[in-house]
Design a protein around this ligand. Sequence first.
Ligand code: PEP
Ligand code: MN
Length: 278
Amino acid sequence: MAEPQPQKRAPLAERAPGQPDTVVQVGPVAFGGPRVVLIGGPCAVETRTQILETARHAAEAGAAMLRGGAWKPRTSPYDFQGLGAEGLALLAEARRATGLPVVTEVLDPRDVAAVAEAADMLQIGSRSVQNFPLLREAGQSGRPVLLKRGMMTTVEEWLNAAEHVLAAGGRDLVFCERGIRTFEPALRNTLDLGSVAVLKERTHLPVIVDPSHAAGSARFVKALALAAVAAGADGLLVETHCTPTDARSDAGQSLDAAAFADLAQACRAVARAVGRDL
Ligand code: PEP
Ligand code: MN
């Protein structure tokens, strides 16, 4: 008689024996295929000029998707919270101008429908990774989900968070490592590239890396991005701004147009060295 199989804790997110990689399509963009997907854009959508200019330089450098927060999870309630619905409209305009599909964070389950209508992909931020009602709503939205790792979440908890999205009916999900909190204060977070290797084994879903929130400082973003591509990441989420010094959130880690183009070029070389492209 066959041995009973151990129960999988996250059967939809975890890779079944022999299961091939799942490619997640966001319009024309494929996560988990031979191409490393570069997502670029500002931390927050601030003005029409800012998002259009930034989207243009990101596209020129080779970004395949545009990011930008309309609702920002800020530590202080007195800091810029984002433009909300107006930000969504500006992102949609930037998509029309550049052709880049858009990913943006949804913070509140009540905003999921509006974000799903305007954006091509829903971002669930670090602070929301275990907001289970939000995960369920996102899973029911019909849109692909970009699930950031929480700053205090284990890989096991992260896989289970993804399971909530998939169990609610979501089919397309991409994991995004963005650094965790450790004893080391030299950078904003500690980029755990080990999690990329572990997840590539444990899940069939794509895994990308956000070097910007891991580094916290523009000087270190490129080094982390290069390492992420070498480690097998299926994409990068990088903050860039037309005038970083004016950024209303995450100014210190935002790359200007030249630094973003330089990162893209360097990461393309690493991607090719590991048999991929960007
Ligand atoms: C962001 O992408 O701007 C963001 C807030 O990221 P995280 O949720 O990883 O902190
Ligand atoms: Mn940010």
